[in-house]
Design a protein around this ligand. Sequence first.
Ligand code: NAP
Length: 360
Amino acid sequence: MPALVLASPQAPLQGDDVEFRTLGSSGCSVSTLALGTMTFGSETDEAGSHDQLNRFMEAGGNFIDTADVYSAGASEEIVGRWLLKAPTEFRQRAVIATKGRFSTSADPNGAGLSRRHLAVALDASLRRLGVDTVDLYQVHSHDPLTPIEETLRFLDDAVRAGKIHYVGLSNFTGWQLQKAVDVADAKGLTRPVTLQPQYNLLVREVEWEIIPACQSEGLGVLPWSPLGGGWLTGKYRAEQRPTGATRLGENPERGVEAYDRRSRQRRTWDVIEALRKVADGRGISMAQAALAWLADRPGVTSVILGARTTEQLDDNLGAAGLHLSDDETGLLDNASDPGAADYPYGGPGTNQRSRSIKGT
Ligand SMILES: NC(=O)c1ccc[n+]([C@@H]2O[C@H](COP(=O)([O-])OP(=O)(O)OC[C@H]3O[C@@H](n4cnc5c(N)ncnc54)[C@H](OP(=O)(O)O)[C@@H]3O)[C@@H](O)[C@H]2O)c1
């Protein structure tokens, strides 16, 4: 097993070893590559899932992300059964994150961020995972029907009850997360420490407002779908709709629609070409280049890997300790530029760093 090294978020260490950053403004250290478990219990069977978990821990990672709705609870159960039989050292080192919010029953109170639903959802997650405490409990998305204070009070009570160590948000917009943080501060409730948004070379719009809000409030960013669901591995082609055992190929209707939507955008193919150039120049895979780019973006704490097979996971873990040069980063930045200079994000005054006498 490689030696574990600790790096501050400001100055990550270079090298082949797994690196660690603190979980947002908390004191908990997590590997800059996390293991996502959305495929567990669906594309990946239990044996394959346990293999991935062991491989990830052997490689020096410690951060594992699941959710109550992944494979209708089966993902949490698979992680829970692994925790039961995993070597003590893995069990003690693992930092477990899960989520609640989406529908777990047909009941009108079977979804949402109400105290009523979250109390049931959190207990069910703890039961499936077989633990008394989950390290990071994330609300899976905003709920317009529930006052944020109700959600934050429930989460604060759960922290005090010892069921949660840290609170996180997922899929919140800039104003939603700012409101959550402000209400938590004003009412003396536990502050969220992370945000989990979709973020990758094909989806950079989060850089306009959401990531600046995270940086301003000290929330660590945990990007999901870092490979755009597989696109950034180069497996999808412009001239051929996907077939076979791929996320899009297995899903003839939704997959083709999703493929067409992304394939129509020139930027998709520009990014893939730039990635291929960086990967070939370095002798690494396109996935590794895409993951290394993302792990070094401002504000990012830990990139949540997804894999169907252990071979894919091994490839992705090859991004540990990998840092691209300024030229390589620049090439990828340019090809993937989402046009941030457009109004209002690039509007008057947004780039101002100092005031001149005549300044605004
Ligand atoms: N908070 C949220 O709302 C949210 C939403 C989605 C995901 N997540 C989290 O983020 C994690 C990762 O998301 P994701 O699965 O969408 O990540 P992703 O890395 O964008 O896509 C993973 C998929 O890409 C393909 N792939 C991955 N590595 C590969 C490689 N080296 N070579 C070839 N193909 C490869 C595999 O699909 P195929 O083999 O099928 O092509 C794999 O299942 C999830 O497990 C979950 O924990 C959170």
